[in-house]
Design a binder for this molecule. Structure first.
Ligand SMILES: [Fe+2]
Ligand SMILES: [Fe+2]
Length: 151
């Protein structure tokens, strides 16, 4: 039985792989591939963040009773910090600026590494636990549906 943590951790790995493909394209100055792969990463992570903010974090806040000052507030503020880097990556890919793209992508990767670790080690497991088996299973279905819609 897949948990919310399994499903979302898998999606983190898919985002990382997408980010990696875009970096490969930037390194080889393959502009159509960079624009395609960077666009795919940005669409994927935007969907991931939307799923967290619209569905998972509110469920976490409700089931644990932790809202303002709690971990969801930290995660939301880290999502906000990512926004300028998303814009830099998009702009650099459009401008065929490999160095600019790679600088922003590297910063993105560093933020994501810590952010994802906090979600995987703390938030998602707490959510799985606080929801209980039945509600967690229903949420896994919703997550899968939302993430599959990307394909
Ligand atoms: Fe997140
Ligand atoms: Fe996440």
């Amino acid at each position: 039985m897949e948990s919310i943590n399994d499903c979302m951790t898998r999606d983190h790995a898919a985002c990382d792989a997408s980010l990696e493909r875009a970096a490969d394209a930037a390194h080889s100055a393959d502009w159509p591939a960079l624009q395609r792969e960077a666009g795919a990463f940005l669409a994927h992570i935007a969907r991931h963040i939307e799923l967290e903010e619209d569905l998972l974090f509110p469920a976490f806040e409700q089931s644990t009773g932790m809202s303002s000052g709690g971990p969801t507030e930290t995660m939301r503020s880290e999502h906000v910090q990512m926004q300028p880097l998303f814009a830099q990556m998009r702009d650099a890919a459009t401008a065929k600026d490999a160095a600019g793209y790679l600088g922003a992508a590297q910063a993105m990767q560093e933020i994501l590494q810590l952010h994802n670790m906090k979600e995987e080690q703390m938030m998602y497991p707490m959510l799985d636990q606080s929801l209980g088996a039945q509600a967690a299973a229903a949420m896994v279905d919703e997550c899968r549906r939302a993430l599959d819609a990307l394909a």
